[in-house]
Design a protein around this ligand. Structure first.
Ligand code: FES
Length: 373
């Protein structure tokens, strides 16, 4: 319409449509910056970790792979029928899609490109993780996915407030603004076109980053190999876990740190007296034993009546290190609440896995507990 005012690409008016915090009665965009940075970086790292840094996540033969995790979720999640029918038969693809989605969410929230779509995507992923990875965590507030989800909902509602955003720069690259006094007025760019462009750039960036992450990591950190295991940490996102791990309060005192008793024998892990006194004793697995890898954290537990049991302490859900709860006499994972019974060969009794801990055969002689390799 002649005389009507149209938003110009790259102009303040054009930039802020639908993406700004309202100015009246609202908090400053800068107040949400810490949340935006934390949530964005965490999801970005979680996606890259799954696809490039953790060699076990997409290795379907690994007991901490996406397949093993999905099989664990299928026992307790309200989405069990869907997991069994769709996700498990396509576990590798699901793992890749989850990682890509996390990378896109992280990039979008950090850069401000397709910000609201990315934030709602983060909220949706967090809900998915809550219904699967965190569903068996009790009480619910030990799970990390609900807080992430609510954080993303907050960002999606508030918007980025035009603070540190790349959208206007992107618009200037793709939608040319005529320069000069006598230049014709630029044709209006529809919001749909801009949103489409932003979503396309975001998706493409996520794919490119996923493709180059592993070779880049190998190039920059050759000593760590192509993959750096994230075992022992509560990886982010439903290991998919986005989460950084929940409180370990429910697991009680962790097993004591390693202190083998055996002098020069690397397979001697503790004295019986020390384990009885502490309830459980931590050590480092000295050599490959069954599924246990050298360097894995191990734990030997006193079962009473002079009996002991030793296990690889790597949780079979997503690789966190289990701790010992002396009250319940259980090995408990602080990340998503898996519990393993040391009196029953490390069988899981709760949580998102149905795979037992790796039991380590041992022998006892002269008050010394020794692993049998
Ligand atoms: S890593 Fe998830 S329950 Fe242990």
């Amino acid at each position: 319409m002649p005389g009507s005012r149209q938003p110009v690409p790259g102009s303040r008016q054009g930039q802020s449509q639908g993406r700004s915090l309202p100015s009246a009665g609202s908090i400053a965009a800068s107040a949400l910056l810490p949340l935006r940075l934390f949530a964005g970086f965490t999801f970005l790292y979680a996606g890259i970790d799954k696809i490039a840094l953790d060699p076990t996540f997409l290795d379907l033969t690994s007991r901490t792979s996406i397949l093993a995790q999905l099989q664990g979720y299928a026992h307790a999640s309200p989405l069990a029928p869907l997991i069994t029918a769709v996700a498990i038969p396509n576990a590798w693809l699901m793992g890749v899609l989850i990682a890509l989605a996390e990378i896109a969410v992280g990039l979008g929230v950090l850069s401000g490109i397709a910000f609201r779509a990315a934030a709602w995507g983060g909220a949706g992923l967090s809900l998915l993780f809550f219904l699967t990875a965190s569903w068996s965590v009790h009480p619910y507030y030990y799970g990390q996915d609900l807080p992430y989800g609510l954080g993303f909902v907050t960002l999606a509602i508030a918007g980025h407030g035009d603070l540190y955003v790349l959208g206007p720069w992107l618009d200037r690259q793709f939608f040319t603004v005529p320069r000069g006094r006598h230049a014709p007025a630029p044709a209006p760019v529809s919001a749909e076109r801009r949103h489409l462009l932003h979503a396309g750039v975001l998706g493409l960036s996520a794919i490119v980053l996923a493709v180059v992450a592993r070779p880049l990591h190998a190039l920059l950190m050759p000593s760590s190999g192509a993959g750096l295991s994230s075992a022992g940490t509560a990886g982010t996102g439903a290991s998919a876990q986005t989460g950084t791990g929940s409180s370990s309060a429910s697991s009680g005192p962790a097993a004591s740190s390693a202190a083998a008793a055996g002098g020069s024998n690397p397979l001697a892990i503790a004295t019986t007296a020390a384990v009885v006194q502490a309830g459980a004793y931590g050590f480092q697995v000295p050599t490959a034993i069954g599924n246990a890898a050298p360097g894995d954290p191990g734990v030997v537990v006193s079962l009473g009546s002079g009996k002991f049991a030793a296990f690889d302490a790597v949780c079979t859900h997503a690789g966190c290190t289990v701790g010992f709860d002396p009250q319940a006499v259980m090995l408990v994972c602080p990340c998503h609440g898996a519990e393993f019974d040391p009196r029953n060969n490390g069988q899981p009794v709760a949580g998102p896995t149905n795979v037992p801990l790796t039991a380590l055969p041992l022998s006892i002689q002269g008050g010394e507990i020794t692993l049998r390799a």
